[in-house]
Each structure stands twice: as structure tokens, then as C-alpha cells.
Ligand binder design. Structure first.
Ligand code: AP5
Length: 211
């Protein structure tokens, strides 16, 4: 059976989507499309979209569906070798729009309870240069202010403050978790326990996608 090449990764904030996504796209030769990363790049470059999205992201709310779908559509269509969607879709409306853009082979949800989410995200640090993700508790860098790989500065994301993290989790429960039933009904959903170590989560997803 051919490996799944058109994949969406769901899960609450901090579930480990970005961490595992980088390894999955290398293994399967597909393109990583993270709506969060694309939006943060728009914010850093001060584009019109970045300026429109910044305050919404800082509050942990969702950017309007039309902006997100317009932003991602062309990237999905251009990903001829396949894609891993990370953080999209996030609402039923986005999932319905996605159905007009491309079929999916699999949808994976990495599940993680609320208190684990808070513990992980308050300790997350990200390299400003290469985007590598660290955790001061679970995956500490040698020097807490520098990336082990490229030496870039490690920062805390603007939305990784405890009150914003809790709001992001609530927004996930209200707006995104209905997608679990949406994809279950289409026979596409597979669930992975995000409390396992990163190697175990990666191995489980590889097994699912390899078919
Ligand atoms: P986005 O960037 O997508 O954020 P998110 O979904 O909240 O997810 P995170 O990036 O916080 O977590 P992750 O699951 O990738 O975890 P990570 O691997 O880093 O979105 C940000 C914002 O953009 C949204 O709030 C919204 O405003 C906007 N947005 C984006 N997409 C949108 C859309 N489609 N529609 C509308 N708005 C949108 O891991 C977390 C930490 O845990 C790290 O420190 C890591 O080292 C550690 N870790 C990871 N795995 C493990 C493990 N197995 N064990 C122990 N530690 C682990």
C-alpha cells in the first residue's frame, strides 16, 4: 500500500505537532505547511496579513477563516509531492474549504490534556534563526539562550503566556475539536497519545502513514 502523502495533523496547542512534523516531512518527502509558522513569518515581515493577524494571535484567538484559506490554498495546490498540514484546518468552515482544494489520505490527531499543554508551552523556547523547538523541561538546550544546532537566539513565543495558553486550549476545544467527528465520519481519523515521548509519537505516526 502506498504511503499517505496528503495529511492533516490536528491536536491542541503544545501537543507536539511542530516537533513531529519536521521529522515526518523528511521521512516521507512531503512539504510542511504550518499556518502558525506562515502567519508568524507574515508578522515578522510586517505584511498587511501579518498586521491584521498579530493582535488576534497574541490573544490566542483564531484568525478569520477567509484569510487563512486564501493564504494556504496556493501552497497546497503547489505541493505536488504531497503535504503535511500543521494547524490547518482548525474550524469546520476551513475543513469544508479544504475539501474544495484537495482530498486527504489521513488525518492524525495528537491528543494532550490541558494541564500537560500548560506545562509544556510555558517551558517552550524556539530558535529565531532555524525554528528548532526546545523545551526547558523536556528537551533542554545546552545553553538556555542559544540554539544547539545553529547558535541562534532562543525566544519565548508571544502567545506562550499562561493566560493566553489557557485561552488557546479553550479555543481548540470549542472550534477545532468538532473536526475529530468530521474526519471520523469520513473514515480518515487516527489518534495518537501525545503524552508519549517524541520518538514514540513519531514512530506511531510513521506506522500509520506507511499503511
Ligand atoms: P500554531 O502555531 O499552529 O500554534 P498551536 O496549534 O497552538 O500549536 P503550537 O505550535 O503551540 O504547538 P505544537 O503542537 O506545534 O507543539 P510543539 O511541537 O511546539 O498557531 C498559532 C496561532 O496562529 C493560533 O493561536 C491562531 O491565532 C493562528 N492560527 C494558526 N493556524 C490557524 C488557522 N488554521 N486558523 C486560524 N488561526 C490560525 O511542542 C510544544 C512543546 O512541547 C515544545 O517545547 C516541545 O519541545 C515539547 N514537546 C513536543 N513533543 C513532546 C513530547 N512528546 N514530550 C514532551 N515534550 C514535547
Amino acid at each position: 500500500m502506498a504511503a499517505a502523502k496528503r495529511v492533516a495533523l490536528l491536536g491542541p496547542p503544545g501537543a507536539g505537532k511542530g516537533t513531529v512534523a519536521k521529522r515526518i516531512v523528511e521521512r516521507f518527502g512531503i512539504v510542511h505547511l504550518s499556518t502558525g509558522d506562515i502567519l508568524r513569518d507574515e508578522v515578522a515581515r510586517g505584511t498587511e496579513l501579518g498586521r491584521a493577524a498579530k493582535s488576534t494571535m497574541d490573544r490566542g484567538e483564531l484568525v478569520p477563516d477567509e484569510l487563512i484559506v486564501d493564504m494556504i490554498r496556493g501552497r497546497i495546490e503547489a505541493a505536488e509531492s504531497g503535504f503535511l498540514l500543521d494547524g490547518f484546518p482548525r474550524t469546520i468552515a476551513q475543513a469544508e474549504s479544504l475539501e474544495t482544494i484537495s482530498d486527504l489520505d489521513a488525518v492524525i490527531s495528537i491528543d494532550l490534556p490541558r494541564e500537560d499543554v500548560v506545562a509544556r508551552l510555558t517551558a517552550r523556547r524556539v530558535c529565531v534563526e532555524c525554528g528548532r523547538i526546545y523545551n526547558l523541561t523536556f528537551r533542554p538546550p545546552e545553553d538556555p539562550s542559544r540554539c544547539d544546532v545553529c547558535g541562534g537566539t532562543l525566544i519565548q513565543r508571544d502567545d506562550d503566556k499562561e493566560d493566553v495558553i489557557r485561552n488557546r486550549y479553550d479555543v481548540y476545544q470549542t472550534s477545532t475539536s468538532p473536526l475529530l467527528e468530521f474526519y471520523e465520519l469520513r473514515g480518515l481519523l487516527r489518534r495518537v497519545d501525545g503524552r508519549s515521548g517524541t520518538d514514540e509519537v513519531f514512530g506511531r505516526i510513521v506506522e500509520i502513514l506507511a499503511g
